[in-house]
Design a protein around this ligand. Sequence first.
Ligand SMILES: NC(=O)c1ccc[n+]([C@@H]2O[C@H](COP(=O)([O-])OP(=O)(O)OC[C@H]3O[C@@H](n4cnc5c(N)ncnc54)[C@H](OP(=O)(O)O)[C@@H]3O)[C@@H](O)[C@H]2O)c1
Length: 252
Amino acid sequence: MDLLLSDKTAFISGASAGIGRSAALLLAKEGSKVIVTGRRADALEALVDEIAATGAPEPVAIVGDLDDEDACASVTSKALEAAGGKIDILLNNAGASAPMSDPWDEAHWIRAHQLNFAAARQVSAAIVPGMKERSWGRIVNVTGAMVGPSMNAAAPAKAALQSWSRTLSIELAPFGITVNTIAPGRINTEQIRNKLHPSDESRQAFIDRFIPAGYFGEPEDLAILMVFLASPLARYISGAAIPVDGAMLRIG
Ligand SMILES: NC(=O)c1ccc[n+]([C@@H]2O[C@H](COP(=O)([O-])OP(=O)(O)OC[C@H]3O[C@@H](n4cnc5c(N)ncnc54)[C@H](OP(=O)(O)O)[C@@H]3O)[C@@H](O)[C@H]2O)c1
């Protein structure tokens, strides 16, 4: 199936690893120009080299932290410059789990909220006007668990991201722009393997209890849906919140 993505430019946050990296590779394979961002320059350079070697449109890496509004504005203006002002596809993927040793640590709440919700809003604020002008756009926001068994500052931020996305989908539908969210369950990426489930035993215990499919997903399991939602073919899918989780049993 031709996903009709070859004349599109995509901006992908959190592309130095995991799900975002996989989405960038798949979009490039479909012929899109990709602009990738993250904090690790070396990882982004490796990705850019890998994509460039395939003959896909010249990818661009922008190193930056999405830790405050000014940082988001700086990353986004560099991305728009690299794209000649035309970003058609926005994958707000950067994010991180934020477990709390002190559930009242206000600075921790603010940091997690910035990365897991505000950054998506701040980046969109700069990119959506161009999409509106061209009457075409695709936004995919990556959420995650919205309620946890113990306090995790990322969860309410992800819930806010989903709520905001749904309303944004209503406001932008008349402009030919779709907005969807994807909620990963447990996907084999750095933050899951290194932080949340560092041992085979802890992974297996979680799988036995919560994942009927019997295994953690791979980044490609998410990326394939991101790429489809980014396609012109997905024009009538908007405002959806789609779990990709092997039928995971969730709290809340
Ligand atoms: N994997 C899962 O099972 C799972 C479950 C629920 C939700 N999610 C969500 O899925 C999305 C992708 O996560 P992943 O699992 O692929 O994680 P990952 O492999 O740890 O990758 C996270 C990406 O986000 C970037 N990032 C993190 N903090 C950043 C910051 N302050 N500024 C800029 N970029 C930052 C990282 O790049 P640098 O380190 O280079 O900055 C990296 O590229 C996240 O929103 C995450 O919350 C994943």
